[in-house]
Design a protein around this ligand. Structure first.
Ligand code: UDP
Length: 319
């Protein structure tokens, strides 16, 4: 590992994205120097615009599928570059596969060259349509390798395999976080995920689009909690995990629609749309490992997190 010096920087790939930009904020707040790499294919320059004049911050317009040029010492690399929303990764199947495979390879090469610890953003999607509930890290998953979602799921599984192999060979220090559904400010309507869709629809007087029956479940984690968990694993040198990070508070999509409707002060109006192929029926993290290893657990409940997210949407619409 590189010594953490005042000059050493943290590279955040996907640094202008939803989770990446919150990581950038938290790292700068903690006094770290940060290089954000992003090709702005699904991130927004506006997400990091507040740091434009901060000498501790640098933005590199780059695609991780190409070799990454970062000069000087780096002691931590956080790989958060990828479309992570189903409509986005389904619209860019080949790019998503390449970002998770070739891209992760390039990010590993950077971390290896710098002697930096690498934290890989993996996903609850590695569990696919889970046959074990809640999902523990020991569960190997149930992914359809040729289904439409496989472009994301299998690329993320490959990323885990590539990192684990480098670690076994003694070439890399890395940690893997398996991120469950996350929401919060900067999750835009164009992202297409359920929380952003519902909040945007409710605030604009549209019916909420419920896919399938709405009986499928998810467990939603507020982004600030997630970021704390990621940085806790980053600080645990030599610890690969993988570690589930998510909020075990599980609800159905219909219950989510009801809650968002209540919090936006609107009357619930729902329109059903077809369920996307291979959409998981249920999902809830077992976070025992995160609790034991990192002393981590979520602090912001769904109701409080939704309140904060809805206010952000209102402010963003007012701009
Ligand atoms: N979903 C929905 N309406 C929407 C968007 C999503 O009912 O407008 C459903 C989707 O089918 C899934 C759940 O909400 O069952 C979560 O979807 P999301 O795309 O947010 O994330 P996923 O967990 O599928 O990766």
């Amino acid at each position: 590992m590189a010594e953490q010096s005042a000059e050493a920087r943290v590279v955040v790939t996907g640094g202008a994205g939803f989770i990446g930009s919150h990581l950038v904020d938290a790292l700068l707040e903690r006094g770290r120097r940060v290089v954000a790499v992003d090709d702005l294919s699904s991130g927004f320059a506006e997400n990091v615009a507040a740091h434009a004049d901060n000498p501790a911050f640098e933005f590199v317009d780059g695609d991780i599928r190409s070799p990454l040029q970062v000069d000087g010492p780096v002691d931590l690399v956080l790989n958060f570059a990828s479309s992570a929303s189903p409509p986005l990764f389904l619209a860019r199947p080949l790019e998503t596969l390449e970002t998770g495979s070739l891209g992760t390879k390039q990010v590993i090469a950077l971390a290896e060259a710098k002697g930096a610890r690498l934290i890989q953003a993996s996903t609850s999607e590695v569990y696919g349509e889970p046959l074990v509930h809640p999902q523990t890290e020991e569960y190997w998953g149930n992914v359809n390798p040729i289904g439409p979602r496989s472009v994301y799921d299998e690329a993320k599984r490959y990323g885990e395999a590539l990192i684990a192999a480098h670690v076994r060979l003694g070439r890399l220090d890395a940690g893997i976080v398996r991120i469950f559904n996350t929401y919060g400010p900067r999750l835009r309507a164009s992202d297409g995920r359920v929380v952003s869709n519902f909040v945007h629809q409710a605030l604009n007087g549209h019916p909420l689009t419920v896919y399938g029956t709405g009986e499928q479940t998810r467990s939603f984690c507020y982004v600030e909690d997630l970021v704390r968990g990621i940085l806790a694993l980053a600080a645990r040198e030599g610890q690969l995990g993988p570690v589930n990070l998510g909020n075990p508070e599980e609800i159905t999509v219909l219950e989510l629609a009801e809650t968002i409707s209540e919090f936006t002060g609107t009357t619930l109006s729902v329109v059903h749309r077809p369920l996307p192929l291979d959409d998981p029926t249920q999902r809830r993290p077992d976070i025992t490992r995160a609790r034991q290893l990192l002393g981590w657990e979520p602090k912001v409940g769904l109701r409080e997190g939704l309140r904060r997210t809805i206010s952000w949407f209102k402010e963003a619409d007012a701009r």
